[in-house]
Design a protein around this ligand. Sequence first.
Ligand SMILES: [Zn+2]
Length: 237
Amino acid sequence: MIDVHVLAIGCHPDDIEVACAGTLAKYRQLGHSTAICHVANGNMGHVEIEPDELRAIRRREAQEAGALIDAEVITCDIGDLQVYAGQPTQRDAVVDIIRAQKPDVIITHNPSDYMPDHVAVSKLVFDAAFAASVPHYVTSQAQTAAITPIFYMDTLAGIGVLPTEYVDISGTIATKLAMLEKHSSQMTWMREHDKIDFAEFVTTCARFRGLQCGVDYAEAFTQCYAWPKLQAQRYLP
Ligand SMILES: [Zn+2]
């Protein structure tokens, strides 16, 4: 594979870790560069911690997780449940990130994921990835970006997804889980109050996807089938 720069755009801090951190860690192992963007700041992801405080905590957790694979971690800093695909300023914020990053591959949420902010991010990224390539579409980043392949991550628990691509993450699942554990405001809360071990949840999903493609652990994707985003070479590691 040629050297690529990968931009993974998720909604909340931790969404990328859940669905594609094994793949990002594998890109990194192979010498490629990665950046992680969380569009929303995750400020409502806790019952007891107030939104302003949680926003800062989750920003720090995301940066610590990204540091494990040398990924730049960026954010649009939009409040939870305030992400709207039809909001031009939000689309332009994503356009600016794509233009600044100039990715060769974009990874984002599946258009039919389980919650509205995730669905909105998927649509924002689809729209922004096109707009970012149009020279007369003016945003604060002057330089356009090329149109790139887009891969949609698995939905939460893989519901409703028939994958078109698998990535063997058997060698990087430990890194994926280590990145996930950096989001302790979420992981600890769920363990102690919801009795959900999210690491086990994510491991089970990766094992199931691995079973489907004959490896120990895998992450699954569906490619965005839209001209001219398709290319003859494989871009996933
Ligand atoms: Zn999320």
